[in-house]
Ligand binder design. Structure first.
Ligand code: PGA
Length: 249
């Protein structure tokens, strides 16, 4: 099957921003359009209405950073995928390493969140990645394969509808990036796992995340199996983020 994967760059704002600052950032991003890639920003849930109003009719999509594994009910503090869909979200990040580490999210829970997202017609951006200790112990491929495997097991052929993000935990917010070759090796292994699970998954975009900046984006995005980036810190700076999006030609 011939792939039709295009490049995608997604900004993950994490718990940053304010209504005033977001408006300035989004105006600058819109002013730098068009981009050679698909572009999206994943923002804190309270900002979704503002962000939707700002980006409606632009070529920049938006999304959230997490969703509940439940459809609705007595889950104080949780936000459902259906609620996110009401605000025009196209994407929702699930299984970011910060949630796995700080909120004890298991591979199975992350897979359940991805299933909820798909049920509400959102595209889950499923994050996988190894810690420094796991990399040093030579366990990188085993760890990411286990994490992706949980999504494949629960989703079946619907795994073809996800976006996958490989984010080595040791590279997130540290200024240490996986080299293009290190990242490509993991992406190629993930791609092989996906296509072995479902022929349709040949079109799944696999993003790289972890200290992506304007000056390293082009070499990362130039690798055969790297389909774009999931960008944290640099996504808060319009000039940096626009340059990263333009590097995804
Ligand atoms: P970073 O974060 O670009 O600041 O390293 C990436 C992420 O956590 O998605």
């Amino acid at each position: 099957m011939v792939s039709t994967r295009g490049k995608l760059v997604v900004g993950n704002w994490k718990m940053n921003g304010s209504r005033a600052a977001n408006s300035v950032l989004l105006d600058a991003l819109k002013a730098s359009a068009p981009y050679p890639a698909s572009v999206a920003v994943c923002v804190p849930a309270p900002f979704l209405r503002d962000v939707a109003a700002s980006l409606q009719g632009s070529h920049i999509a938006w999304g959230a950073q997490d969703c509940s594994s439940h459809a609705s009910g007595a889950f104080t503090g949780e936000v459902s995928a259906a609620m996110l869909a009401e605000f025009g979200c196209r994407y929702v990040i699930v299984g970011h390493s910060e949630r796995r580490a700080m909120h004890g999210e298991s591979d199975r829970l992350v897979a359940e969140k991805a299933a909820r997202a798909l049920a509400s017609a959102l595209t889950p951006i499923v994050c996988v990645g190894e810690t420094l200790a796991e990399r040093e112990a030579g366990q990188t491929e085993a760890v990411v394969s286990r994490q992706l495997g949980a999504a494949i097991e629960l989703l079946g052929d619907a795994v073809a509808q996800i976006v996958l993000a490989y984010e080595p935990v040791w590279a997130i917010g540290t200024g240490k990036t996986a080299s293009p070759a290190e990242a490509e090796a993991v992406h190629a292994a993930l791609r092989a796992q996906l296509t072995a699970a479902s022929a349709a998954a040949v079109d799944v975009s696999i993003l790289y995340g972890g200290s992506v900046k304007a000056d390293n984006a082009a070499s990362l995005f130039g690798q055969a199996d790297i389909d774009g980036g999931l960008v944290g810190g640099a996504a808060l700076n319009a000039e940096q983020f626009a340059a990263i999006c333009k590097a995804a030609a």
